[in-house]
Design a protein around this ligand. Structure first.
Ligand code: PEP
Length: 251
């Protein structure tokens, strides 16, 4: 079995200020662990400055969203993958549940953004996961299969050599509820099995990270599961010591 390098990503959402962002990233780069990919996704307006100041310190930087349209055009308010790449971003979240919910991003739109990211040279993190209602109705696997299917429909499985999948049960995001390590493992194994249907080798290379109320106290247990390759961290990514403790748990 190939060794998958652990990955921990901080999604800051719409939080912070220039001063706070600078201090947080400075504290994080001081204490980066060896052997784990650590990424930060600040609001776009802070991204270029961070790359300029800390881009050579081993921390990966990315955006929380991108336009589905390539390069440039008459799309007021949008930011393209090419622009993000231009300022030094190398990663981007696609299909975060808050965007699916509040910006009404469909599976098809998310798939377009995923493609746009790759064309711009960004590595996408595809977020998937079921809502509370879907969870209670026993539909988690069906929902995730549909969300993955939208990307695989017009892409070769090869895209998942690089791209990362984040399993984020919507009922666990920002709620303090976490999937138990066993439950997370079961879904992560399911995601890998969906990829394995297309290509077993690639399914063993793809990193599948968990998100949903990951904290220093529960991170180690989650990351110890065989198919959990790290985490996507919201609230706890805004406190340097908590985020670094979570990164340290990913070994
Ligand atoms: C997220 O938004 O991706 C997330 C997992 O948030 P939190 O850790 O706050 O639940």
């Amino acid at each position: 079995t190939p060794q998958r390098k652990k990955l921990v990503a901080g999604n800051w959402k719409m939080h912070g200020s220039r001063a706070m962002a600078d201090k947080l990233v400075r504290d994080i780069v001081e204490d980066l662990p060896d052997g784990t990919d650590v990424l930060v996704f600040p609001p776009d307006v802070y991204l270029a400055g961070m790359v300029d100041r800390y881009g050579d310190r081993g921390l990966g930087l990315g955006a929380q969203n991108l336009s589905e349209h390539h390069v440039q055009g008459a799309f007021t308010g949008e930011i393209s993958g090419a622009m993000l790449y231009d300022v030094g971003a190398r990663w981007v979240l696609t299909g975060h549940s808050e965007r699916r919910q509040y910006q009404h991003e469909s599976d098809e739109l998310v798939a377009k953004k995923f493609d746009s990211a790759r064309q711009a040279g960004l590595t996408p993190i595809l977020c998937v996961g079921e809502t509370k209602e879907e969870h209670e109705a026993g539909q988690a696997e069906a929902v995730i299969a549909r969300q993955l299917g939208a990307v695989l429909e017009h892409n070769s499985i090869e895209v998942f050599r690089e791209a990362v999948i984040a399993y984020e049960p919507v009922w666990a995001i920002g709620t303090g509820l976490t999937a138990t390590p066993e439950k997370a493992q079961k879904i992560h194994a399911f995601i890998r099995s969906q990829l394995a249907k297309k290509d077993v080798n690639i399914s063993l290379l793809t990193r599948v990270i968990y998100g949903g109320s990951v904290k220093p106290a529960n991170a180690a247990e989650l990351f110890a599961q065989p198919d959990v390759d790290g985490g996507l961290i919201g609230g706890a990514a805004l406190v340097a010591s908590d985020f670094l403790d979570i990164c340290a748990a990913a070994r």
